[in-house]
Design a protein around this ligand. Structure first.
Ligand SMILES: O=C(O)C(=O)C[C@H](O)[C@H](O)CO
Length: 366
């Protein structure tokens, strides 16, 4: 047996199902939100992006559980999701009241940053249909029992949307466990979301409870501190230098506190400028660490979604190879490639990911 017992494809309709909010992303291209005259739109959402990557780059069968207000904006986001090949059958459509007083769809304005100017996100997402999901709204028995999925992914963005969404996560992960589905969770700390509902203290309370049901815990350097309260010894404030020993020590402590975590994975990003980052990742299984190759001086076009593409690559690697070293390499390579193109989701192919993993360069192909 490998790291865990993953259900076989013949018992399950899906390889992976995500639970999360999907917003309409407004991208001002090279410019700034405050002076934009036109925006390009995409769909995006931390948890969704993972299933999108698994579908589009890695060829797996995936679906999204979310909710939209039933208006033209919701239908546009649905259209993007359909284009990405993620199954839309579990989307809950909520009647629209004509002005968004009671329910709306999330809008996410994001500029990419360049050089000394960092990326900037401005979301407009209160009272969305997804944030209003509550216990009992989704038929998890049907999802995990009737259809079946080998893997379930959700995360700390969805859990932070409102007072009711953590309950939805707990309901989902408990049912997933009942049916033997592997569960991954990306902590994805978003201060703006927690601010109005109890701040970091509440984030820790919620995430600590959810953590007890998670098999694969994913986060970046800051998430384990913000969401679960683990400190990394010797980190500088700005995370200018990579403190690998500190992370390893912290991850060991995390795994002792949560013995249910079979895999803990974290991306390692040192921001030199918005455009140049050092990038890598580590994962830990059974007390052993596996580190991806270093992408030092990686040139970034759009960093948003890099962590999600890391997660989808990691999950693909864990599901298909069961080898943590390969899994972390798939994750880091897919994350790196995703940051070379605009939009939240990757435009990479499996062949490109594997070429990068093997140390391939950027010579023209024609
Ligand atoms: O930050 C959020 O809440 C989002 O879901 C927006 C982006 O899609 C997400 O940050 C990408 O990881």
């Amino acid at each position: 047996m490998g790291i865990f017992n993953i259900k076989s494809k013949d018992e399950c309709r899906y390889d992976c199902i995500s639970l999360g909010e999907v917003m309409l992303r407004f991208d001002p291209g090279e410019g700034r939100i405050r002076t934009a005259r036109s925006f390009r739109v995409w769909e995006g959402g931390g948890e969704y992006n993972v299933s999108r990557g698994l579908r589009k780059c890695f060829g797996m069968d995936t679906a999204i559980v979310t909710a939209f207000a039933d208006n033209e904006v919701g239908r546009l986001i649905e259209d993007f999701i359909m284009q990405g090949g993620v199954d839309t059958r579990f989307i809950r459509w909520v009647p629209y009241d004509g002005i968004g007083r009671s329910v709306r769809n999330g809008l996410n304005f994001t500029e990419r940053g360049f050089g000394i100017r960092g990326a900037l996100g401005v979301s407009d997402r209160a009272n969305t249909a997804a944030s209003q999901l509550k216990r009992g709204d989704i038929d998890w028995e049907a999802i995990f029992g009737k259809y079946g999925t080998r893997w379930f992914h959700t995360g700390g963005i969805f859990a932070a949307l409102s007072e009711t969404t953590p309950e939805v996560v707990l309901e989902a992960v408990r049912t997933a466990k009942k049916y033997g589905t592997i569960v991954s969770y990306d902590l994805n700390y978003r201060p703006s979301l927690w601010k109005g509902i109890g701040g970091q203290e509440k984030a820790r309370e919620v995430n600590r409870e959810i953590a007890r049901y998670i098999d694969v815990m994913i986060g970046n350097e800051e998430d384990f501190t913000a969401c679960l309260g683990f400190e990394v010894e010797g980190n500088d404030e700005e995370l200018k230098e990579l403190n690998l020993d500190g992370y390893k020590k912290m991850i060991r402590e995390v795994m002792m506190t949560y013995p249910n975590f079979k895999v803990v994975a974290t991306t390692l990003r040192t921001v030199k400028t918005a455009t140049i980052n050092d990038w890598s990742a580590i994962c830990c299984v059974d007390g052993e660490f596996y580190k991806a190759r270093d992408y030092n001086g990686l040139e970034i076009l759009d960093r948003v979604g890099g962590g999600d593409s890391f997660a989808s690559g990691l999950i693909y690697g864990l599901m298909t190879t069961g080898d943590p070293q390969k899994a972390v390499e798939y994750g880091a390579a897919h994350g790196a490639l995703a940051m070379t193109t605009p939009g939240d989701t990757s435009m990479a192919t499996l062949r490109e990911v594997e070429k990068i993993m093997a140390g391939g360069g950027a010579r023209v192909v024609r």
